[in-house]
Design a protein around this ligand. Structure first.
Ligand SMILES: [Mg+2]
Length: 180
């Protein structure tokens, strides 16, 4: 598969597609030259609007921090949802981040203090997280929301059909996934 899917919807194409956020490994980020992650909240770290993390995410966050990876939560959800969540995790945050518009993600990169080339977005939605990352030249990790099958709406259905084309794994050809 060509980088960014070739001519096929390049702006919706993630760098890497994984099942869960915990599938992203520090060694992989190191190999990709990524020093910071911008994390989506809903359906990426936890269920939609929920304060309880998905299994394994707390340990994953701790190991990422220990590896020296800087992290920040950027959510389109309200401050009331994001702030207690981010505080509990000890992470900086941007609420109402307006993804996929560049404004919030550019602020996120600025706060992280990394270059765009060293920063990756992690999220579950093609039309906000991945599109937003591609618009400002960030690499991206697409995770699969557990609740996706249960959701309705045109955008989600469109996502499902595009995701079938994306599949899983490294899409860029140059990146390394789990040392392979
Ligand atoms: Mg989300």
């Amino acid at each position: 598969m060509k980088r960014n899917g070739g001519a096929l919807m390049p702006l919706l194409w993630p760098t890497v597609s994984v099942h869960k956020i915990t599938d992203i490994k520090a060694e992989q980020l190191h190999a990709m030259g990524i020093k910071a992650l911008i994390l989506d909240a809903d359906d990426t770290l936890s269920g939609h609007g929920e304060q309880v993390l998905f299994p394994g995410v707390e340990t994953w966050l701790a190991s990422m921090k220990a590896s020296g990876c800087a992290m920040l939560i950027a959510s389109n959800n309200f401050k009331e949802r994001v702030e207690p969540f981010a505080k509990k995790l000890g992470l900086p945050f941007i609420s109402l981040s307006l993804k996929p518009l560049p404004v919030g993600l550019l602020r996120a990169v600025h706060r992280l203090g990394t270059k765009r080339s060293e920063t990756a977005m992690v999220g579950d939605q093609l039309f906000t997280d991945i599109l937003g990352a591609n618009l400002i030249g960030l690499r991206s990790f697409l995770v699969t929301p557990e609740s996706m099958e249960a959701r309705f709406g045109f955008r989600r259905r469109l996502e499902v059909s595009i995701r079938k084309k994306i599949g899983y794994g490294v899409l860029g050809g140059k990146e390394k996934l789990n040392g392979k």
